[in-house]
Design a binder for this molecule. Structure first.
Ligand code: SF4
Length: 77
């Protein structure tokens, strides 16, 4: 188990969704960019922030590694 925060930079996100193949908690938002439909999610016009307390930090890290413009950041809390 780990507590961690995932941040998606919406200005960098290209909406192609390589990330979704690595972390199936990522979803397409109304503006056709990446968001999370799990965890504690907060969002404004420039970032999506999702916090988790589970055993899936590696999925989030793999999504971040797969993201071509490096729009996803994962930090342990
Ligand atoms: S891979 Fe990165 S840029 Fe592409 S949709 Fe996912 S978060 Fe956005």
């Amino acid at each position: 188990m780990a507590r961690y925060r995932v941040t998606i930079d919406k200005d960098a996100c290209d909406g192609i969704f390589a990330c979704m193949m690595r972390d199936d908690r990522i979803a397409e938002s109304d503006d056709m960019l990446a968001t999370y439909d799990a965890g504690e999610v907060s969002e404004d016009e420039s970032v999506v922030v999702a916090e988790f307390d589970d055993d899936r930090i590696d999925d989030a890290k793999q999504a971040a590694a797969a993201c071509p413009p490096n729009a996803i950041t994962v930090e342990e809390l």
